[in-house]
Write a protein that binds this ligand. Structure first.
Ligand code: MOS
Length: 745
């Protein structure tokens, strides 16, 4: 059978684009319910200690105030873990912070009180009147000074086969056997989640035991499960709406204290409560990419063959929850080194819990690994692209099994050509243009092509339009557009006749939108819905239209809203067929399960990023002039949204390389960069033309559409590509992100 997905379809513009630009799209803080009230959180000004008094009299008496909530009068969600299950007493694997639970303060900015009023302004004013006294305790927030307190994560201790556990292939520290070896250290600061839309929730108890929340999350059903557990309700009594999400990059993969606070508040005032974080609160209440340090020992023979890599890393976490991410995965599987050791540790500090941030773990690890690869290639006087070709692997060296697909070499060729790699000088600092040094760099990225089961409902109406529903969210990549494209290609209806509804926990089962796994999880269920509908339509045709009698699926085509007999002059529109047969609307419900077919394969997406930079000889200013990013992400369903994903990821990578830097003042245990004036992210002037290329070859081992993920590989490897280009331009190797101009002069 011809695979309709091998071609890149005619680019479809975002199906919800008009709603977004006209303001018709409703985000979590934009739902107006009758009797709406507004909550504002008061944050702790100390980092560690106990609350000794809360003076809330003035706040309670302020106009419009309905409630002042703190640990002194809070409702306890019945599902809060008990003290002896909770890490702070004593320390275990970790549980989310229990808001307003007791007098303890465990991080700076922790919500310690909440005011609910009839308007937002009144709530904010009253919140400013609350006076809190603390008994301060000494806090530990300095990562660098406490590296000796890093520990193996509890989950790795429990499961030695966990990817977080210590790993050795060949000889431990085998890199030391090599004639050419380097020992290097890389570092990056915490990076904060700053999507356009602030984290917000509107909570509404529709009955004593029935909760509806409009919440900025990446999974409606995982959130439903969490709050059903917290409030000891049957999951079906908790409804979660996240119809539009104004950007989320991992911060919506966890439920945070402000969500519980709003739900609790709505129970107390018996009215809907809306709570939106301030931009400042985004810096400590919804996670961040943890500060991480890495050590790499790397050794190679003079011919460029890697002998070994030892890669260790320590990432920060909170005192009450163990956040982990897979920093070292790329080191274990990307190169053909016979000796590889990885060691992952986390360091609990008196800070809020970090969370995944796009390309979680891998983007961090790739900065170390792909910089180190570049460094040793220079040491050997080998072109770094050539070095990667020399150490390319045709099977997974970690699991000793074949790749499902791997077209990384194709990416190398396409990308090198597009950036003009042949113009690059091997010698660092060799090329100038006026006052600017010119350099080229590259690095690779990879991320597991993970897939989960999902369900989709499809309703085909007698007017020939199709409605699809899934609980999945769209945090920005254009999920509705991609799913519409899949359905349109599969059933032959124009995109304008298809509506994909998402972001509602009452729709059919789907997990989080995270880990680059939506298209390959939900897409196959859409495909199954279309297949089931086509079978029903064929059945209708064969009973109600003589020409189609006995026709099989192979003998018919679905195109332009019409079913036709191949090679014959017999066709009927889907709408006419449904009317003629008197079928009524067709309603199907399909599941796409993950089968056994992928079991013996290693499944990864791959990317390579090439960067050309200018570095000013006098000021050290870095200008990224051109980026070419090339992805092996399987079948490309929607050329436009896929390219958007890559461009967004590269932009994030430019921020990681050159700008993003959360600076903490350890005297206070508080971040001093807490707005977008001090915490820099790329603006248009920082982002050059980005060329996106796709191999676009299907991987049917991952899923029947042939897709692999895109979201994470878009950023993984971008920061080292830029760092490597800066070295090529200047001969200066900066191993601490961000690479600001002070480090280059
Ligand atoms: Mo992503 S870090 O899986 O939202």
């Amino acid at each position: 059978m011809e695979n309709p997905f091998q071609k890149i379809s005619e680019p479809l513009s975002r199906v919800d684009g008009r709603m977004k630009v006209t303001g018709a799209a409703k985000y979590s803080a934009e739902f107006i319910l009758p009797d709406m009230t507004y909550a504002v959180l008061v944050s702790s000004t100390v980092t560690k200690g106990r609350i000794t008094s809360i003076d809330s009299k003035a706040a309670s008496n302020a106009p419009g105030v309905l409630a002042v909530v703190s640990h002194q009068n809070a409702i306890r969600p019945p599902g809060y873990p008990a003290d002896n299950e909770h890490p702070t007493e004593p320390s275990t694997v970790g549980q989310p912070h229990r808001v307003f639970y007791n007098d303890k303060v465990v991080f700076n900015g922790q919500p310690v009180a909440m005011v609910i009023a009839d308007t937002f302004e009144r709530a904010r004013y009253a919140a400013s009147l609350i006076k809190i006294q603390y008994a301060k305790e000494e806090h530990t927030t300095d990562f660098e000074k406490n590296l000796d307190k890093a520990v193996l994560p509890a989950s790795a201790k429990k499961n030695p086969k966990s990817p977080l556990a210590d790993y050795d292939r060949g000889q431990v520290d085998g890199y030391k056997l090599a004639p050419v070896k380097l020992e290097l250290e890389y570092d990056h600061p915490a990076e904060m989640h700053n999507p356009m839309e602030l984290q917000a929730i509107t909570a509404h108890w529709e009955a004593e035991d029935r909760l509806t929340i409009y919440d900025k999350v990446q999974g409606t059903q995982p959130t439903q499960q969490n709050f059903a557990k917290e409030w000891k309700l049957p999951p079906e009594n908790v409804k979660v709406i996240a119809q539009f999400v104004g950007g989320a990059f991992g911060n919506g993969l966890h439920n945070w204290p402000h969500e519980t606070a709003a739900i609790m508040g709505a129970k107390i005032v018996k009215k809907p409560v809306k709570l939106m974080l301030t931009r400042e609160q985004m810096f400590f209440m919804v996670g961040y990419r943890p500060r991480t340090t890495q050590k790499i020992g790397i050794g190679a023979n003079r011919d460029g063959k890697l002998v070994g890599i030892t890669h260790s890393s320590i990432g920060m976490t909170s005192s009450y929850e163990q956040f982990t991410e897979s920093v070292l995965q790329q080191t274990r599987m990307m190169y053909n080194a016979p000796n590889v050791s990885t060691r992952y540790r986390i360091l609990p500090l008196d800070v809020s819990t970090p969370i995944w941030m796009r390309g979680p773990g891998e983007a961090t690890g790739a900065f170390g690994l792909e910089s180190a690869i570049d460094e040793i290639a220079y040491e050997l006087n080998i072109d770094p692209l050539q070095f990667r070709v020399i150490n390319h692997t045709d099977q997974d060296p970690e699991k000793n099994q074949p790749w499902s697909t791997k077209y990384l070499k194709e990416c190398f060729d396409m990308g090198a050509k597009a950036i003009g790699w042949d113009k690059r000088q091997l010698k660092a600092g060799a090329v100038s243009e006026g006052p600017w040094k010119v350099g080229y760099g590259m690095a690779v990225g990879t991320f597991g092509a993970n897939r989960r089961g999902a369900k989709v409902r499809g309703k085909l109406f007698t007017n020939g339009s199709l409605l699809l529903q899934s609980a999945v969210t769209d945090i920005g990549p254009g999920t509705g557009t991609a799913m519409t494209q899949i359905a349109s290609d599969a059933i032959g209806l124009p995109a304008t006749k298809i509506t994909f509804q998402l972001g509602n926990s009452e729709f059919p089962e789907a997990g989080n939108q995270g880990g680059s796994s939506t298209v390959n999880s939900v897409g196959p269920a859409v495909l199954n819905v279309c297949t089931a509908l086509k079978q029903q339509l064929l059945g209708l045709a064969s009973t109600s239209i003589p020409d189609f009698k006995g026709a099989t699926m192979e003998q018919v085509s679905f195109k332009d809203s019409t079913i036709s007999l191949n090679g014959k002059n017999a066709s009927i529109t889907i709408a006419d067929l449904m009317k003629k047969s008197g079928s009524g609307d067709l309603d199907v419900f399909q599941e796409a399960k993950v089968g056994e077919e992928g079991k013996n394969y290693s499944k990864y997406s791959f990317s390579v990023h090439f960067a050309k930079v200018h570095v000013h000889t006098a000021t050290g200013e870095v200008r990224v002039k051109h980026v070419v990013t090339c992805a092996d992400a399987g079948t490309i369903i929607s050329a436009k949204t896929a390219a958007n994903q890559m461009i967004g990821g590269v932009t994030g990578g430019i921020g990681m390389a050159l700008q993003e830097d959360a600076v903490m003042d350890h005297r206070f245990g508080r971040y001093i960069t807490k707005d977008l004036a001090d915490y820099h992210v790329p603006v248009h002037a920082d982002v050059p033309g980005i060329d996106v290329l796709f191999v676009n070859k299907p991987d049917f081992i991952v899923d029947p559409l042939g897709t692999k993920g895109i979201g994470e590989i878009a950023i993984i490897g971008v920061a080292p590509a830029i760092a490597n280009a800066i070295f090529n331009a200047t001969g200066k190797r900066i191993r601490q992100l961000p690479i600001t101009l002070d480090k280059l002069i």
